[in-house]
Design a protein around this ligand. Structure first.
Ligand SMILES: [Mg+2]
Length: 221
C-alpha cells in the first residue's frame, strides 16, 4: 500500500541511522560474518562454534543498551571492535535515495534530527565515510542518555533536549520495537523501512506504514 504524508502537518523529522538512511548490510555483515571469523581465529575454534557462542551472547543483550555498546563487546569478547569495524568501513553505504531524501527535507525546511542507538564511535566511522551530518541539525546517540530508543526514558530525554512537538513529528526507523516505543510515547507520524539490508528480502512493518523507497514521500515539485 502506498504511503502518503501531509508534510504541512510535520515540522520535525527524526531519522534512525542503520537500516534507515544507511544500508544495514554493513552491520549485519560485521556482526554475523566478519566478527565470528575474528572471534574464531582469536579463540582457536571453528566459525560454526564461534557463531553459536556469539549468537547466545547477542541474544542475552537484545533490546538493551549493551547490545549497541562497543565498549561492552570489546570487554566481553576481548576483541578491538572499533578496529575491526574500521577494517570493513568501505562497506558503509547509504540506502537508495537516502541522500535525495535528506536534501529534500532540507529544501522543504524541516528540522532533521538523527536518533540512533548506535554508539558514538560507530557514528563517527559512518560519518567519516558518508558525510551525512551536513543534512542534520543534530545527531543524537541514545548512549548520551544511557537509554535505548526501546525505552520511554529515551524519548523523554530527547524531547527535553530538542523541544519538539510530538504531534508534528515524523519518525522513521527499521525496528518494530523502536516504532512501538515511539508510538507509546506519542510520536504522531511513524514509518518503517521495507528493506533495511540491501542483501536481504523486503518485509512488511505492519501495523506501520512501510516505505519501499524514500521517493514515495517526496512530493515532486
Ligand atoms: Mg535501525
Amino acid at each position: 500500500m502506498p504511503v502518503s504524508l501531509d508534510w504541512s502537518a510535520i515540522d520535525t523529522v527524526l531519522l534512525d541511522m542503520d537500516g534507515t538512511i544507511l544500508d544495514l548490510h554493513y552491520d549485519n555483515f560485521f556482526w554475523l560474518q566478519y566478527l565470528p571469523g575474528a572471534f574464531a581465529a582469536k579463540n582457536n575454534i571453528d566459525e560454526q562454534e564461534s557463531r553459536e557462542i556469539l549468537k547466545a551472547k547477542f541474544d542475552s543483550q537484545k533490546g538493551k543498551l549493551n547490545w549497541y555498546c562497543l565498549d561492552y563487546w570489546t570487554r566481553e569478547l576481548d576483541l578491538d571492535i572499533v578496529s575491526l569495524k574500521k577494517e570493513i568501513e568501505h562497506k558503509v553505504a547509504f540506502r537508495p535515495k537516502a541522500v535525495d531524501f535528506l536534501k529534500y527535507l532540507n529544501q522543504i525546511q524541516k528540522r532533521v534530527i538523527l536518533a540512533t542507538n548506535a554508539h558514538q564511535q560507530v557514528l563517527e566511522i559512518k560519518l567519516l565515510n558518508t558525510q551525512f551530518h551536513q543534512y542534520f541539525e543534530e545527531l543524537v546517540s541514545s548512549h548520551e542518555f544511557g537509554l535505548p530508543k526501546e525505552e520511554q526514558g529515551f524519548w523523554m530525554c530527547l524531547e527535553e533536549r530538542l523541544g519538539f512537538d510530538k504531534n508534528r513529528t515524523l519518525f522513521i526507523d527499521d525496528s518494530i520495537d523502536v516504532l512501538n516505543s515511539a508510538q507509546e510515547y506519542g510520536i504522531r507520524f511513524l514509518l518503517g523501512i521495507e528493506q533495511p539490508d540491501s542483501q536481504q528480502k523486503p518485509r512488511s512493518m505492519k501495523p506501520y506504514g512501510t516505505l519501499s523507497c524514500f521517493s514515495e514521500i517526496m512530493a515532486i515539485e
